[in-house]
Design a protein around this ligand. Structure first.
Ligand SMILES: Cc1cc2nc3c(=O)[nH]c(=O)nc-3n(C[C@H](O)[C@H](O)[C@H](O)COP(=O)(O)OP(=O)(O)OC[C@H]3O[C@@H](n4cnc5c(N)ncnc54)[C@H](O)[C@@H]3O)c2cc1C
Length: 336
């Protein structure tokens, strides 16, 4: 563990993929639940922030409290039948290394979520999703440590209250996720759920797990900036939900507006990227901040250490989209 005497005023630049500059008053990198507990006991009165890979957050100021960067490692098979296997992965495991391990072992369920940066522990927090799949589809159980009373608690899938980029943990930040248990399947039949992925796989009559993972990686490398070369935090905004009346109002001027009915049929999800593009913000650069040329939903940092510049650019996008469409975009990324 980062020595307790040596853990003051630690730079967080390397701990957020936007590479904004900030300092943590206290910082620890515990490797076990016992180490997490002693670190929390030592700094009981401080505000707490958990950071995994820092790929979904950035800083506008120093963090005047304790940053916990859990380095809990390990992957273990808990039980299996002829059809499925339950696998527990510790929070500090790299997400994509874990997905690769599952695909190599022939376990299906997470392959569409290949190459999403970050850690296993953060995956349930915003219920990561891509190419028609979400982490919630395979999560059986989330194991946590309550940072307030140091109690251990396990959450069933239902108790996690998963939704689109949502979960219980987003609003109950005292729970540090220590590990996640996934139910994965031994038989794989590709289900065509996402147009772009289907097209990438069209040469394979019956794609294998590995072919699906490779196709997802190919599409992502083609479309998304590598955060290590061009700092960003992936999709900056959530895709908004809009009413039927709003769809009718907009479809005259924008016949190509993408709309997807929700399961209850009462509202529609539309594409934030479409709205940002039509508001004139695709591939725009404003000082050292901009939107990515191939995907306007991604805000990129061309070199500012100051997270407030990213927030100012976010406001410009929000204001322009709201003026044009009457829709308020909400950030998916956590701003600290
Ligand atoms: C290039 C790029 C592409 C991306 N593509 C996608 C995508 O396709 N789909 C998608 O859903 N996301 C995507 N993201 C966002 C990001 O990868 C995910 O949100 C990922 O889960 C973040 O993991 P992390 O470990 O970096 O979390 P962090 O950014 O460190 O933390 C995110 C949140 O989770 C909390 N947290 C982290 N670890 C724990 C823990 N152990 N216990 C409790 N709370 C915790 C943090 O406090 C914070 O609120 C992308 C990001 C980038 C940079």
């Amino acid at each position: 563990m980062k020595s307790m005497s040596n853990n003051r005023n630690i730079s967080l630049t390397d701990y957020n993929s936007f590479r904004t500059s900030a300092f943590a008053k206290f910082f620890c990198e515990p490797q076990s639940i016992t180490e997490i507990k002693s670190c929390l006991q030592l700094h009981a009165a401080e505000d707490k922030l958990i950071i995994g890979g820092g790929c979904n957050l950035f800083f506008t100021k120093d963090f005047e409290g304790l940053v916990v960067h859990p380095l809990l490692k390990g992957v273990a098979k808990l039980s299996e039948t002829a059809d499925w296997v339950d696998v527990e992965a510790m929070a500090g495991e790299n997400w994509d290394d874990f997905v690769k391990q599952c695909v190599d072992a022939g376990y299906a369920g997470l392959e569409n979520l290949s190459l999403i940066p970050g850690t296993v522990g953060a995956a349930p927090v915003q219920n990561i999703g891509a190419y028609g799949a979400e982490a919630k589809d395979c999560i059986l159980e989330v194991k946590t440590l309550n940072m307030s009373d140091l109690g251990l608690r396990s959450f069933s899938n239902e108790e996690c209250r998963f939704d689109y980029r949502e979960s219980f943990f987003k609003y109950n930040r005292e729970f540090l996720i220590t590990s996640v248990v996934f139910r994965l399947y031994k038989n794989f039949n590709y289900q065509p759920r996402y147009k772009e992925l289907n097209e990438e796989l069209s040469m394979f009559p019956s794609p294998t797990l590995q072919q699906v993972r490779d196709a997802v990686i190919t599409i992502r490398r083609r479309k998304l900036p590598d955060e290590r070369e061009l700092p960003n935090a992936g999709s900056f905004f959530k895709n908004p939900y809009i009413s039927k009346e709003k769809v009718e109002e907009l479809s005259g001027n924008y016949p190509n507006l993408p709309v997807f009915p929700t399961a209850d049929g009462n509202s529609y999800k539309t594409s934030a990227a479409f709205l940002i593009d039509k508001a004139g913000f695709k591939g725009v650069r404003d000082g050292n901040v901009g939107t990515y040329s191939k995907q306007p939903l991604i805000i990129v940092n061309y070199g500012t250490p100051n997270g407030k510049n990213i927030v100012a650019f976010m406001h410009k996008i929000q204001e322009n989209v709201e003026r044009l469409f009457g829709i308020k975009l909400e950030p998916e990324v956590r701003i600290l």
